[in-house]
Design a protein around this ligand. Sequence first.
Ligand code: NAP
Length: 545
Amino acid sequence: MRDDRAVMSEANHHDYIVVGAGVSGIYQIKRLADLGLDAILLEADDDLGGTWYHNRYPGCRFDSESYTYGYSFSKELLEEWHWTERFSPQPENLRYLNFVAEKFDLRRHMRFESRVDAMTWDEASRTWRLDLEGGDAYTARFVITALGPLSAPTPPRYEGMDEFEGDAFHTFHWPKEEVPLAGRRVGVIGTGATGIQVIAEIADKVDELFVFQRRPNWSVPLGNSRISDEEMAEIRENYDEIFAKCKQTVGGFVHLPDRRGFHNLTPEERKAHWDELYATPGFAVLAGNFAEVFLEEAANQEMSDYIAERIRARVDDPEVAEKLIPKDHGFGIQRLPLETNYFEAYNRDNVHLVDLSEAPIERFTKTGIQTTAEHYELDLIVLATGFNIVVGSFDKIDIRGLDGVRLGDVWKDGPVTSYGFVTHGFPNLLMVAGPQSVSGSTNFPRAIEDGVDWVTGLVEHMEREGLTRIESRADVEKAWHEEVVASYERMLVRNSKGWFGGYNSNVEGHGQGTFHYVAYFGGAPRYRKLITKLAEEGYDDFDLA
Ligand code: NAP
């Protein structure tokens, strides 16, 4: 019998295969190509961009300052690229990533429409076999996953969803073609960072807008503005300083924390500081706040009360305002959405808040959504219902390590890794921005540049030393897990009922009551220090052979 597997393996072998052409995969393939290694990148979609390729929904944009989100690795790139808005919108972000790929001639290493369905480790040959949708297969000595933490969208699981005769899509799958909004009755399910962007953007473009809210989120103004040529020139002059600041801060942002100490100030002084932060664009209100707000219940309550007042001042109807103020979690404990005129949208006659905590959705119908109280006739339903964070991207691939063990089974009660880079039983599988790395809790590109640089350093080390196998050690993983858990326990984020805690009601086993430690909350500087030490000590926390 002909051994198809051997034939295909031979035809498609590469030493390194990167999976995913988003922000991290693009940089990772560049680093490998620069080293002259035999490396390719497989991407499921028909083009590059990852998050910025998919999320084309109205209002989608950065909430990190554009000039802190771009790559910092090339002075030339920094010189050449002009951001036009302080918080750049999706089309420009996608253009940027294409510009990077063209500039460094990276497309020649990329294979599109190459969805990896399964990955199987073969200990005898020390290779991974990758089976693609459609039947192609590759083998590789090392696989580097750059899957993105937010690339497994989770639509809700309501009855009758197939019966709805209008348009309905998850925001991640927003069509490339223009979606008509004018004259339509639109429903949005979900009020996370995505829902809040969509709602504010489309409120004045649709006929009627129904917001189906299960739990409100805290949100503060984004403060977007155009960047003039003069400002961009100034930004270019200051790039070194900007990135140096990002490196100092826990979240990788430009805003420095306030060190005066919550308890050393009077309530009036604290309020004056918060007034300033509220008026400052971006995540200043998190990064520039007093640490105590995120560590101590009473300080957090005072901050939450402050933001609640801000919401009340912006929403005309006091009953609606109360419904928009979170009562089940404090400010900054879940991922904070940033908004542009979100609260003002509810002052419009055509925008209606449907409180699902009072009357939950029963089912979708042919013509709309039925709650326990009412039927809503709709032409378009926007599912802004989030993602199966970090692990969902891995779950989409049938990954089998030593002795055929499935990664999905090992991680069923939450991910376990060494520093987010490797996981025991899955040799030569390197993860960029993996679970329990710092990427989930920081300005993403700042953290992934560190992650990609670290993985590349490891690759160089192994190539230099003639090493062909790396595996995570169970004892190191246990210690890292404890460090990750402690990073949550120190902070009020331990009370998160959102994706910081791995919650997602649309995924079996991820609902309230479970808690998955999906990210490292010890801050980017500490994480950088720890992983640098690993490299300096010759990677002896890992089994290298
Ligand atoms: P999310 O934060 O997980 O929010 C999902 C929303 O949908 C929540 O309000 C949730 O309610 C609701 N929901 C989920 N399932 C539901 C159901 N079956 N019925 C009713 N409501 C349901 O997801 P996201 O808004 O897409 O944001 C995910 C992450 O993407 C963000 O935290 C952020 O990291 C990133 N993001 C970034 C930007 C940016 O500006 N750069 C923009 C958008 C998103 P519950 O709270 O009750 O579960």
